[in-house]
Design a protein around this ligand. Structure first.
Ligand SMILES: [Zn+2]
Length: 200
């Protein structure tokens, strides 16, 4: 084989930069979805297609949109389970360069395999969600994803008790369910010191 001619544009060059895993994590009300929207805007500015996937059970605000607590919104595809994620992407007419999985903790460890499948296809994956549950334990899949992320964005808000940096999501009403769909009526965000874990 002859060496590539650097003066000639060639189809051998990769169509885009290598796929990356970007993990946006933190408590509720810390601006995670706002960060997601900024990533999508940046992708669009580069001329890239982005697809947003969210768990179907997250019906807090809108069935087919991701909405920040501040009211910004973008259309999203629902995935009933983690096993649906790749199929949802495959249904897209034009393959996206970027796939966002919002509220990824709803899928727990099941999210890891489809994320790997998308990365293997050269698709950058942005995941966003709560990294600590209301018991104070690490929320899967962040235990698996954080060590291998190409980029980690730890969002914090302000502690509802002391005003310090919030890292935890505290459940205000007793519940033994690990995953609860809720907003400001059910949760506050606190720092680690002020956090009162739910009882099992
Ligand atoms: Zn505090």
């Amino acid at each position: 084989m002859s060496p590539p001619d650097p003066t000639r544009p060639t189809a051998r060059l990769p169509a885009r930069l290598p796929a990356k895993l970007i993990v946006i994590h933190g408590p509720m009300f810390a601006g995670k979805t706002t960060e997601v929207l900024a990533r999508i805007a940046a992708a669009h500015a580069r001329g890239e297609r982005a697809v947003v996937i969210k768990p179907e059970r997250d019906t807090r605000y809108a069935a087919d949109e991701v909405v920040t607590h501040a009211g910004e919104r973008i259309s999203a595809r629902n995935a009933r389970s983690a096993a649906d994620i790749v199929a949802v992407v495959e249904r897209e007419v034009d393959a996206p360069a970027l796939v966002v999985i919002d509220e990824v903790h709803f899928f727990a460890s099941d999210a890891v395999a489809p994320i790997d499948a998308l990365l293997a296809r050269g698709i950058t994956v942005v995941v966003a969600g709560c990294d600590i549950d209301h018991f104070g334990d690490t929320f899967a899949p962040f235990d698996a994803l954080l060590p291998r992320a190409d980029e980690r964005v730890h969002k914090t808000g302000s502690c509802a008790r002391c005003g310090g940096a919030s890292t935890h999501s505290e459940r205000l009403v007793a519940s033994t369910d690990r995953i609860i769909v809720g907003g400001a009526a059910e949760f506050i965000a606190t720092c680690a010191k002020c956090f009162r874990p739910s009882r099992r």
